[in-house]
Each structure stands twice: as C-alpha cells, then as structure tokens.
Design a protein. Sequence first.
Lengths: 580, 187
Amino acid sequence: MKTKKEKEKVAEKTNGHETITGAEAILRVLVEEGVDTIFGYPGGAIMPVYDKLLDYQDQLHHFLTRHEQGAAHAAQAYAMVTGKPGICFATSGPGATNLITGIANAYLDSVPMVFITAQVVSNLIGTDAFQETDIIGVSMPVTKWNAQVKKAKDIPETLAKAFFIARTGRPGPVLIDITKDAQFEKLDFRYSKCNYLRSYNPDLPLRTRAIESAAIMINHAEKPLILAGHGVLISGAEKELLQFAEKAEIPVALTLLGLSAFPTAHRLYAGFVGMHGNYAPNLLTNEADLIIAVGMRFDDRVTGNLKKYAKNARIIHIEIDEAEINKNVTVDLEINNDARDVLRHLIPLVNKGTHENWIREFRILDRTESEKVIKPETVPAGGEIKMGEVISLVSELTKGDAIAVTDVGQNQMSVARYFKFSNPNSLVTSGGMGTMGFGLPASIGAKVGKPEKQVVAFIGDGGFQMTIQELGTILHYGIAVKLIILNNGFLGMVRQWQDMFFSKRYASTELVNPDFVTIAGAYGIPAKTVSEREDLKDSVKEMLDAEGPFILDVRIDREANVLPMIEPGASVSEVTLTYK
Amino acid sequence: MNTQEFTISLFSEDHIGIMNQITIILTRRQINIESITASESAVKGVQILTLVVRTTPEMVQKVVKQMQKIVEVLKVFVHTSDEIIYQELALYKVRTTGLMSGNLIDRIVRDHNARILEVHPEFMVIERTGHKSQINDLLHLLEPCGVLQFVRSGRVAITRQVKELNAYLEEMDQANRQRPGDPESFN
C-alpha cells in the first residue's frame, strides 16, 4: 500500500511535470547535470535543502567537512581530478563568507565549480537579519558569475545557467544564493540544460589565419620553446601537445598549474618555469627566438621582471581568455581560442623539425642544476632528511601513478620540482592564490574523485594546522588519503625569504607544534614520525601500503632553502643556483 | 604616464549588478570614473552604460577586455573623444538679482545656446547642453552673479561606426542556431 506521502506525490505529477519544493528542485537539477558528489556544511537557512538531501542519498553523496573552507577546497580538488564541476553547499552569513577563500582560489586557477549558498528569507534581505551577508556583493570579484534566487520557479533556469557558465570557456566558480523561502516554495519542475546565452559565447571561431601565421613562425624558428599551462589540461590537449612538440621537436616547459600536462620523463621536457623552477627553461627563456605559450597567463611568478623577459623571442599566445592576451606580456601573435582546437589545426601545418643544438643547451644546464641542486636535495650524502628526497622517494615508489596534492610554500615548490608526473591531472595545488591550508581538504576531494588512485598530500607543518580540523572528515568517511607532513618547525618559505632578504630576522615564523601522531591517534588515523634517514623508505612504504588513511610526520632539515630561485624583481636569466 | 580621455560604451543585458562589476574592474586598476550614465538602448531589454575615464591607451584596452568578460555584457566599445558625437547637460541655479544687470541674459541665451527653465523672484534655473569646456565657460560667466547650485550630467555619446548593435546581436543569435546540442564537458 502506498503511503499518504507517495500518493500525494503521484497526484502532483501532471502533464509531464511535477510540483516540488525549491529545495528539491535544487537537488533534481544536480542529478540532471550528472552530479553525484557534494561537499558542504549545513546551517539554518539551508536546512530545507539538507532535509531533502536525505531522500536523495542514493544519487547524491554529501560529504560533511568540518569547515566551509574545507568543503570549497575539497570540491575544487574533486573537480581538478575528475574534470566535473565541483559542488559545494553552505548556509547564509558565516557559512557563505567562509567559502570565500575557496572560491577565490578556484577563480584564480580556473576550476569549474558551482557554489550554492542559502540566504535569509527574502523579505528580510537588506535588514541585517540574523546570519545575513550580502554574499552576492562579497563574492562578485571572485566568481565568474553569481546570482540570487528569491522565487522557486527561477531555480531550474538559474542553476542551468550556472552549470553552463562554470564549465565552458575559461572555467571558473559560480555562486547561486537561494533564499530560504524559495527553498520552501513549490514550483512546476521542468528542466532543460542551458547551452546558449546571447551575451556569453564560449565557442570562439577558430582563428585559422593566425594559426597559419603561427606555423610559419614555428617553421622558421631556430630556438623555439613551448610554455604550456593549465589550459592544456582544461581543454584536454595533452596528446596534441605531445604530438606538436614531437613533430616540430620543440622543448616543452610547464607552469606550476601546467604540471602533468606533459610527461616529466619525456626527452623534450624542459622543466618547470618560474621563481623556483628549473634552471634551463628559466635561463633559456631569454635565449629563445620564439615562445609558443599555450593555455598560460604569464603570471608574475613565471616571468620575473617583465622588462627583461623573453626579449629575444617573438611570442605566440594561444589562450581562450582574451583578457589574458597582452595583459602582462605584449605578444607578437595572438590566437584567442581553445588550446586543443588550435593545436589540432596547427600540427599538420608545422614541419618536422630538428633543434638538436638548442635541445643540447637545455641538457647542459640540466646537468649543472642536477649537480648543484637536485642531487644534494634528492640523494644527500648525509645530514638531516631533505624535503626533496621525501618527495622523490614517494614519486619513485608510486611509479608516477599517484595523485600528488600539495599545500603552499616550500612543500609545494619541492613537489613541483621533484615529483615525476606521467598522467594528466595528477597534481592538485593552489597556484594563483597560494592558499595555505589547501592541501589537507584538497586531498580529501581528490581521493573522493579518484578512489582508485593513491592520493599523497605533501603539507608543511604550518599549512597542516590551518585546516587540521578536516582530519575529522577523513575519520568520518574513512577517506584513505596519505598525508605527509614535511615538518621543519617553521613557516618554511617565509623563513627562507627572511633568511635571504630580511637579514635572517625570523619574525613569527618558528612554530611550536603539537605532537601530530597523538593528534592523528585522536582521530583514529594511523601515524608515524620519521626523523632518521634509514627509517624513511620503510615508513613511506608502510604509509603507501596502509589500506586506510595514514599520516607520516617527517622531520626534515629545519633551515633548508628551496633553490634555484629567481629573486623578486630579478629576470628569469638571473636565476640563482646556490645561496650562501 | 601618457593618459587621455576615453569614452566606453557598454551594452549589456538588463541585469542587477553590472555597474558593480564594472566599478570593481576600474577600482582594481585605480581608474577614476569621470562620468557615468545608464539608460535603455534602442534595443529593448539592452542597457547602455556610457563611462568616461582617463587612463593610458594600453590600460583602457585591458579593462575593456575585462568588462567584455562579464557574462551579461553584450559588447563594449571604447573611443577617444574625437571618434564620437557626445553631449553633456548642465543646470545652473543663479540669483535673479545678479542676472538682471546688463545684457547678461541675452548673452547667455544667444552666445551659449542656453535655455531658461524657471524664473523665480529669488533665482533662475538655466539649462545648457554641450561639451564640458562649454559648460564650464558658462559657469565662469555666471559665477559673479552668484551660482547657488550647479550640476552636470554624465556624458551621452553616439558612435560613428556603421555597424550597429543590432548587427552584433544577430550574429550572436546566428551562432546559437549553428550550435550543435549540449556543450562539451570540462574535459
């Protein structure tokens, strides 16, 4: 026999549409958009949505984090490893404002995300009601788009637009703020996906003539260099990048967010560019006669001093976001299109090339960097454990199949330098924003998105404590992440700058830390401290072999600096290999 | 820095918050808005904002590209003052006694193409349209008489280009008709 509730539901189904509440409509849209995972945190204004979520548990898996910021970072990491938009729920007021760091982080790193925040009842908006924040105003500078919904009937269309905008063009976070009364109100639910907005056209006509010009420039270049960024991963152009580089025989350097778009072990891999990047690609940026920039935005951490950047090169900029072209670096040829579309069209137009002498220049500089920096860092003769050797060991033991997650600072730069990537989208890091505290919640999102993968997070002792409460989320859902605390008892990167540029005055960078193993124990997470080199390999193996989560607290060289470095204000060709 | 005056004409969907987004873009780049006006355009439902800013040619291109990125923005044009036909409107409230001396009213009406909107024993209200310099000239002329209030509108501008917004809108709709099915996912 049908319950009263079910009968009501059937009665409401008329003419191919149903009458449901706004709260349920939100969940129905998510299902229609192929969402199955949500990260979030409830509160007063969003209670109708959470209540309905109980009825959708088999279709929508909600992960309750321990702070909204954690939910935002986890959802971003989920999006980065799956390619699907990250979904995040929060309540009004503090719930919504706690998301802001996470939203800004996703905005700077072009990650598709849909944030759904609840708002106070519509007639209270503007009255400084309890837990009311103007989240539309607050989030405007850090979202690709945002909108407020006060009527249940507007929910499907607004959310359809939100998904369309978040994942097309240059992806980014969108925020939809829905009042509590709109969640309770009923509507006739009908849904169709959005694929067109008059004022927003992400499908740009292919600039074929510009691509033809690019081919001519490439075919005549003697010292060409490809600088590839996150856009390659976003457009899924890794294969095309490989084909293009191999056919024209051009070295490929990657930005931080571009890492894993090209295999680290490939003979044409030139290295990672930027402030702590590899020696050869930084130095040779100023030797190149042609730079082909693909899906990257000439961030200041990549270019160093713009007045002395790539002055010998003509620059081709392949970029989907027109506002990034000629923003920091004036280019000679702009191709305002999707990276994959351009590379597909370009490959047949370029000649088979040989740049043997040019590539040899990279290898010579690589040897210098290897002798002076990489070997002492990854296979040190003695002394305390080095950050680089831990990362290099994990990379070796996971055979390039793991997803590396980082926090921000020395740990992040060392992963970028020493982890060997072979699969696309296998690095999750906070690039543009440089958000400390990103790593721990991001590892949760990465593991939820790719449960079959080993997810290893490298986090400093400072950043670990910024979002340490997310250990509760790991406990709650038994998320099998492997967390390595690269513990030097300092806010390492700031200390490095104090060492190098502030006469070694260590202002507020030394930490008094808790015993991380005891903390892990309280959360039921197996953990271990390693301070001796001879224990390192076995401990890492033990961590990797553990079925559930594991925390490895590695005591590393307290005052080591990440090198090479392009000092602030210096040119890419003034990269220093040694300090002191 | 080589700054000059630019008039930005921005066409957008009628959506709450566009002005806010534009000011965010300009504020980040420390660009002051010299004047701003908003109205509905010749196309129903399409809003036009006219902004006057003073900055470098390079910077204006950068901020215009940022404005063009706003989802609801249809099209942004940027022009130097000699590329457009523009007007501003000003109202002057002047002491009646001050104005009654000599042939001042005659000069105001004839030489400055001004209109008298209201006459009151205490004050008169005068209207003048023109460029900023012309409006200022009249202000200087009236100052000895005692200007009680003075207000100038933002710039309104018409572009000289032949291709009108309608043509752009049609192109946008054309692109829609050619679009196959659902958009590709993020990957």
